[in-house]
Design a protein around this ligand. Sequence first.
Ligand SMILES: *[C@@H]1O[C@H](CO)[C@@H](O)[C@H](O)[C@H]1NC(C)=O
Ligand SMILES: *[C@@H]1O[C@H](CO)[C@@H](O)[C@H](O)[C@H]1NC(C)=O
Ligand SMILES: *[C@@H]1O[C@H](CO)[C@@H](O)[C@H](O)[C@H]1NC(C)=O
Ligand SMILES: *[C@@H]1O[C@H](CO)[C@@H](O)[C@H](O)[C@H]1NC(C)=O
Ligand SMILES: *[C@@H]1O[C@H](CO)[C@@H](O)[C@H](O)[C@H]1NC(C)=O
Ligand SMILES: *[C@@H]1O[C@H](CO)[C@@H](O)[C@H](O)[C@H]1NC(C)=O
Length: 367
Amino acid sequence: MKLFLNIISAIAVAALVPLDLQNRNFEVKTTTIPSELSNNQTFANFISTKYGLDGPQLSGVNSSSFDWWYFDAVSPDAQTAISVIFFTSVNSGFPLLSSPSNVTSIVISFRFANGTIGFIPLFASEAIIKTVGQGSSGTFTGTGVSWKGSPDLSEYCVELDSPAIKGTFTLQSTSPAHYPCSAVKPGQSLLVAPHIGWSNALPDADAAVDFAILGSKMKFKGSAYHDKNWGDQPWNANMASEYWGHVRIGPYKIVWLNVIDRTGTEHISAYASRNNRILTASCSPDSLLVRPINSTYPPSIATADPTAFSIVLNLGHEGTLRANVTAVADLVNAAPVYRRWSGTAVGAVNGGKPLTGYGVWEQFKFV
Ligand SMILES: *[C@@H]1O[C@H](CO)[C@@H](O)[C@H](O)[C@H]1NC(C)=O
Ligand SMILES: *[C@@H]1O[C@H](CO)[C@@H](O)[C@H](O)[C@H]1NC(C)=O
Ligand SMILES: *[C@@H]1O[C@H](CO)[C@@H](O)[C@H](O)[C@H]1NC(C)=O
Ligand SMILES: *[C@@H]1O[C@H](CO)[C@@H](O)[C@H](O)[C@H]1NC(C)=O
Ligand SMILES: *[C@@H]1O[C@H](CO)[C@@H](O)[C@H](O)[C@H]1NC(C)=O
Ligand SMILES: *[C@@H]1O[C@H](CO)[C@@H](O)[C@H](O)[C@H]1NC(C)=O
């Protein structure tokens, strides 16, 4: 009887919530996203629920919304890197995309150790996303490219079998997932800036990449990362600039995110883990300061891009990490609007012994 009443009240509550978002408290859910745009209003979810951290967060994709799944890996010398991004958006929702009409696309970017960079765009006829527990798996029909995630976010695999690129990319988590302001638990804000959601399933993972790209072999181990962003207004509508990055430095795995919105307000999110334990998962202003080292702040499309950033990150009871990250290579160069780099890190905690590391970071500038 109690169970029966619970079901009745669950149905009553669910009826108030848009259809596509109402199953978020259930453990298993499959969402099919067509490649055609929706003309409906998009509802976006910006509050965490019990499950579905890595699931779709929109009721549908219209011309002003975006939802994507991002995966990257970089080698310890920062010379070799790959990113695979599964988009459900068109270019009016996210301006770096090429298509004004095809919602379901994949963009693969790569850099070989000799400096050759390239990208491979693919389009799907639909995307099928299955969310189990906190994890998700996605099939982009017709591309041969998919990802599979475990329900507890401990491991992911991206599988590629398209004419241009074949192989696998596995990600074994080293660091607990988090939301912009907290560890993973229900009822938390998912906003990193107005109308921009973020969840970080894999802040750092052990990467194993084994590909053939346009016939050339790419094989390395290193640091991997996976997150997702979404919003019910275009990405650039609420953003003047953004800095993001993830780095392994000494025993620490860190992630920074810094957005200046269109009103000039700065929003931050800081994350650090050590030994697979979260030290910091915070959006409080004293948790992080990211600044370009030899370029202007705030960034502008009229000024040169920095080659290095200073990161000051509050590690809670462990003190303060001060690190400089210096670009080794351009991974994506769509200057002045967008750059993504791989590079090396040097720093120390509380002025102690020098720590070194490596990672991937980016910059957006829209004003
Ligand atoms: C738009 O919303 C209607 C009513 O909720 C629904 O039946 C339809 O499938 C939606 N269309 C798309 C493309 O999402
Ligand atoms: C898409 O959804 C957003 C958010 O609900 C709404 O503001 C916008 O008008 C919609 N766009 C279209 C083209 O329907
Ligand atoms: C998107 O591209 C795929 C692959 O070419 C195609 O099957 C699908 O029809 C396209 N969808 C739209 C809306 O153009
Ligand atoms: C760099 O290496 C890749 C992969 O082996 C190869 O395809 C490409 O031709 C090389 N580029 C140059 C300029 O040597
Ligand atoms: C930053 O410093 C690097 C190395 O000294 C230099 O190559 C680059 O041009 C500088 N950038 C700016 C914006 O000053
Ligand atoms: C970071 O760069 C700044 C500015 O160049 C320099 O003063 C500082 O000593 C550097 N810190 C480390 C840890 O290298």
